[in-house]
Design a protein around this ligand. Structure first.
Ligand code: NDP
Length: 304
């Protein structure tokens, strides 16, 4: 069997299926370890009262899967043939066959593409308030975006931060009225509309200290001091090779057909590639477990 993705979902599916003697091959992909590999301390994964670094957590999962015989292959899935079995996947130019498939390829955070953004990820730049909000007690943070995620993150961050500035590139918001009203009613949230970010500082200090902003109407630029910079401009599910083959919604997320099932018998989903709501390490791990159990039952029913 093949598992696509090496984040929490893929690694948990690998632990379960390897332990069931199914010899899973895990395709590692272009973001090894998934979203956890770009976070710092994870304080909400049960079992680690002191917290654990994201990259360590995901590496431990991989080791655990390898202990039971899972194999890892670095490569990108370029094409998928799922209309007949065995399923066929083209990975870095080479075709691989599999009796069952778990798609755990995740969703990548959309970034602004600022010169310093990637250099400060995990050092003040974040795409997940639930993951990193608690590091900003009594500090100033900024949230970028005008959708529901931005509103939700801004509100959530006011539990910790002394001030949350929400920066949006237009006057009007994409967010639903109820979410927008909630953020507007929160005295700790300050709005900066018609404003874009030109860059985030300070790479030389290895942490976020300020953000360079620009008003799109007046052209005025200025630096605003903040300690945390949360980008909430959406996610992109990694489902490119499955377009037209697996049921996807209008944004490219896999549509669940109950449990971990996709519309194709024998093809299962796990984690953020299907989940646009919870997006947590623990929910992805749980989804990986569900997909593994369903894949195992599928193979058993097929007599393998
Ligand atoms: P959305 O696509 O809805 O919003 C993205 C926001 O980011 C938009 O305001 C967009 O601006 C802005 N943006 C995109 N690219 C850039 C850029 N390069 N620079 C600056 N701003 C940018 O994504 P969300 O993650 O907010 O939501 C995704 C889906 O999940 C939605 O359907 C949402 O309703 C749902 N959701 C629901 C929640 C709930 O109900 N509790 C919570 C969270 C999400 P612009 O408007 O100008 O395009």
């Amino acid at each position: 069997m093949i598992i696509i993705g090496s984040g929490c979902a893929g690694n948990t599916a690998a632990i379960y299926t390897a332990r069931a003697n199914l010899s899973p091959l895990v395709v590692v992909g272009h973001e090894p370890g998934g979203q956890l590999s770009i976070t710092s301390l994870v304080e909400n994964f049960p079992g680690f009262p002191e917290g654990i670094d994201g990259p360590d957590l995901v590496e431990n999962m991989k080791k655990q899967a390898e202990t039971f015989g899972a194999e890892y292959l670095h490569g990108t899935v370029e094409e998928a043939e799922l209309s007949s079995r065995p399923f066929r996947l083209k990975i870095d130019g080479e075709w691989h066959e599999t009796r069952t498939l778990i798609i755990a390829s995740g969703a990548s955070a959309r970034w602004l593409g600022l010169p310093n953004e990637q250099k400060l990820i995990g050092r003040g730049v974040s795409s997940c308030a639930t993951c990193d909000g608690a590091f900003y007690r009594e500090r100033k943070v900024m949230v970028i975006g005008g959708g529901d995620t931005a509103m939700e993150e801004a509100n959530f961050l006011t539990r910790f931060a002394s001030e949350v500035t929400l920066v949006h590139r237009r006057e009007l918001f994409r967010a639903s009225k109820i979410m927008l009203d909630r953020a507007r009613a929160n005295p700790k949230v300050k709005f900066l509309n018609n404003t874009v970010v030109d860059d985030v500082h300070d790479v030389s200090k290895g942490e976020v200290t300020a953000v360079r902003l620009r008003n799109v109407e007046t052209g005025k630029t200025w630096d605003q001091e903040v300690d945390g910079f949360f980008v909430a401009i959406g996610h992109i599910p990694n489902t490119g090779p499955f377009k037209g083959k697996v049921d996807l919604d209008q944004d490219g997320y896999i549509v669940s057909h109950g449990g971990a099932r996709t519309n194709i018998t024998g093809v299962f989903h796990a984690g953020d590639v299907q989940d646009r709501v919870y997006r947590q390490a623990i929910t992805a791990a749980g989804a990986g477990c569900m997909a593994a159990i369903e894949a195992e039952r599928f193979l058993e029913a097929e007599g393998h």
